[in-house]
Every structure is written in structure tokens, then in C-alpha cells.
Write a protein that binds this ligand. Structure first.
Ligand SMILES: [Cu+2]
Length: 151
């Protein structure tokens, strides 16, 4: 009888948990983001996303979807995805389409269908020659993508 009561209790908890769909991932993942090149500049880039499980073991069979948004309105988001990793690292081709502050939302979908989402802030510069947006001259306007990557 006691055992049955406990089971029922568990079921009730589970049901309550399902209803509110809040972002408490049942899976404990460690998700890290590195970007090449770094410092970040406008143009093509590679997002190196590392996924480890709670025990620190590399997760290679996840699918990763990335959505990059800038912190201002009126921009097209940049999407990218990849299906497998090596040594827990997923190298995702990406493009910074404008200098400024970005939010990179990484959605990791595990083989069992569970999803974990983590967001990262990224600051993208206009070019390597201008590592920082200085506003010393009082002008806050960004030079509008004048650097079309002279290769
Ligand atoms: Cu923008």
C-alpha cells in the first residue's frame, strides 16, 4: 500500500511538471561557445559549440540549431545547424551580418529528443583594424559595413 501511494505521488508530480513546460531541462548538459575568428568580426565565422554531459563526457550525437539575433529590431536572424560532433565539438558555419551586439541561441537536441537551449552574448566588430567601438569622438553611429573584407 505504501509503495502504491508513493508511485501515485510520483505520477502526480510528473503530470504537474509536464503541464507547465518551463525551461528546466531534465538533462544536465554543459554547453560552451567559442568563435573563430576571435575577436569577432563581420563576415564568415565558425561557431565551435562544445557539448558535454553532466559527467563531462563528450556528446556527439546531438543535433544543434543556432539562431543569431542582434539586440535591435529589424534584422533578419541568422540560422545555422549541424547534425553531429567530434569530441563533443560541433563546428557550425555562421555569418555575422553586421557589427554590434548579438545573442546566439543554441538549441541542442539529444538523440532521445530532449532539447536544451542556451543563449550567449557576442560582440561583433566591424573589422580587425577596429577591435573596439570607441565613442570618444562623440559619434555613436557605427560605420556602416564599409569593410567588405579585403582578402
Ligand atoms: Cu544589426
Amino acid at each position: 500500500m505504501l509503495k502504491y501511494g508513493f508511485l501515485l505521488f510520483l505520477i502526480l508530480i510528473t503530470a504537474a511538471g509536464c503541464r507547465q513546460q518551463t525551461a528546466t531541462p531534465s538533462t544536465d548538459l554543459n554547453i560552451m561557445l567559442a568563435v573563430e575568428p576571435d575577436p569577432l568580426i563581420v563576415g564568415d565565422a565558425t561557431l565551435v559549440i562544445t557539448v558535454n554531459d553532466a559527467s563531462g563526457a563528450a556528446v556527439n550525437d546531438a543535433k544543434i540549431a543556432v539562431r543569431g539575433d542582434m539586440n535591435h529590431a529589424g534584422m533578419m536572424p541568422v540560422f545555422a545547424e549541424i547534425d553531429s560532433g567530434t569530441d563533443g565539438k560541433y563546428r557550425v558555419p555562421f555569418e555575422w551580418t553586421m557589427a554590434g551586439d548579438w545573442i546566439v541561441e543554441v538549441t541542442v537536441t539529444l538523440a532521445n529528443g530532449e532539447q536544451v537551449v542556451k543563449s550567449f552574448d557576442a560582440e561583433v566588430n566591424t573589422s580587425q583594424n577596429m577591435p573596439e567601438m570607441t565613442t570618444e569622438n562623440g559619434s555613436q553611429t557605427m560605420p556602416e559595413m564599409t569593410t567588405e573584407a579585403e582578402s
